[in-house]
Design a protein around this ligand. Structure first.
Ligand code: COS
Length: 383
């Protein structure tokens, strides 16, 4: 996208966040849902198609451009970003990265037009150890029968399609036996658990997805290559983790802003609390965390766009940005004092919302192992 068009898009999203999304945050929290008219506005703005190539009716943003837009969406309740997050990110990127021309032309225009996509990897017994999934895909002529349960699947009840990782090669253990399938959500045999009750992020939708003898054509194997699903999932997660780092950076900036505003308005000992150096220290540490997280995100996004191998640095960025956000949210509550513990002030809600960032799309501990193993393997250690 040329620079001028992109600037216009970013300004439009920024205004949309300030004028439509932030004013409706309390409604999302109380109704535990993003209002349907706002979802329609997100569709009209083209937000579902941010990362779908222009050839398939999307906006075709680069990783760097995507990060800038997701930063803006990060400045408000995460439920909004979650509406488009799986379609823009992990739900569609398997097809974009590894799909055949037919698969791209069939599915990507629908996704860009606002169909929800979900990414079905995690299972009750396979979280961090993604290569241990048990969902099976048994070959029967030209079809595969999928059986198993997927857990905590974002946007599942409203998805039009799923990217499903299942074990198709029963004689192959671990990662190499896993295949990625495109599954039309209307296929018989798919059912859902009840919506998960979560610590925060009201308005987001996650639940179990149960596959009971779901028949999927062999033609729906992403890229038509069985056994490549784990690698597809890992590549998708590399991009997804940059997206989440941008989201964390956006929320860092919001929380710094909330902290500064409160420090200016709140009076104690006869003056604004911002005049006290210990409060200034909290604000300065948060701004430093916010700045560092955003610099790392921008740097790794640019190198991703340049085609560099960045998995290790993506892990560092997701690790740092999500942990930084945890610290920033904690300090925001501290700056607010007693008010920070009250539901009436938004920092209490954001403090709970951001806790997930250190867990999903790979916990901080998984990011640490990716970083350390990359270095140790380079140095010749078989870890
Ligand atoms: N890009 C491309 N390929 C990758 C890759 C990446 N980022 N990471 C791993 N691979 C490849 C490896 O190169 C290896 O291929 P070869 O066997 O041909 O060498 C294969 O995938 C298996 O890799 P590895 O042995 O490193 O896999 P592990 O089972 O040790 O798992 C971790 C690696 C822990 C990093 C992975 O399971 C993981 O990311 N877990 C967290 C899962 C997660 O984020 N879940 C969130 C669910 S989605 S919200």
């Amino acid at each position: 996208m040329d620079q001028e068009t992109f600037s216009l898009l970013r300004d439009t999203v920024r205004r949309f966040v300030d004028e439509r999304l932030i004013p409706n945050e309390d409604r999302v929290e109380h109704e535990d849902a993003v209002p349907t008219e706002i979802i329609a506005e997100m569709r009209d703005l083209g937000l579902f198609g941010l990362t779908v190539p222009v050839k398939y009716d999307g906006l075709g943003l680069t990783m760097s451009e995507e990060a800038e837009i997701i930063f803006e969406l990060g400045r408000t309740s995460f439920a909004y970003r979650s509406v488009i997050g799986t379609t823009v990110g992990i739900g569609s990127q398997g097809i974009v990265m590894d799909g055949t021309e037919e698969q791209k032309s069939e599915w990507l225009p629908k996704l860009a037009g606002g169909m929800f996509a979900s990414f079905a990897l995690t299972e009750p017994n396979a979280g961090s150890d993604a290569a241990s999934i048990r969902t099976t895909a048994a070959k029967d002529g030209n079809i595969y029968r999928i059986n198993g349960t997927k857990r905590y699947i974002t946007n599942a009840p409203r998805a039009g399609m799923f990217t499903v990782m299942a074990r198709s090669e029963s004689d192959v253990k671990g990662a190499a036996g896993i295949t990625a399938f495109i599954v039309d959500a209307s296929t018989p045999g798919i059912s859902f658990g009840k919506n998960d009750k979560k610590m925060g992020q009201k308005g987001t939708v996650t639940c179990d997805v149960i596959f009971d003898n779901v028949e999927v054509p062999a033609a729906n194997i992403i890229g038509l290559v069985p056994g490549r699903g784990f690698k597809t999932a890992m590549k998708v997660l590399d991009r997804g983790r940059i997206h989440l780092s941008a989201l964390s950076s956006g929320m860092c900036s919001r929380l710094v802003q909330e902290s500064v505003q409160y420090a200016v308005e709140r009076q104690q000992f006869g003056q604004a609390i911002g005049a006290f150096q210990l409060v200034q220290g909290l604000i300065a540490d948060s701004q430093t965390d916010a700045f560092a997280a955003w610099c790392m995100t921008r740097d790794v996004a640019a190198r991703f766009d340049a085609g560099e191998k960045v998995s290790r640095d993506v892990a560092s960025t997701k690790y740092f940005a999500s942990e930084a956000l945890g610290r920033v949210a904690d300090r925001a509550v501290q700056v607010h004092g007693g008010a920070g513990y009250m539901a009436e002030y938004k920092v209490e809600r954001f403090f709970r919302d951001v806790r997930l960032m250190r867990i999903y799309e790979g916990t901080s501990q998984i990011q640490q192992t990716i970083i350390a193993k990359a270095l140790l393997r380079e140095a010749g250690l078989a870890v």
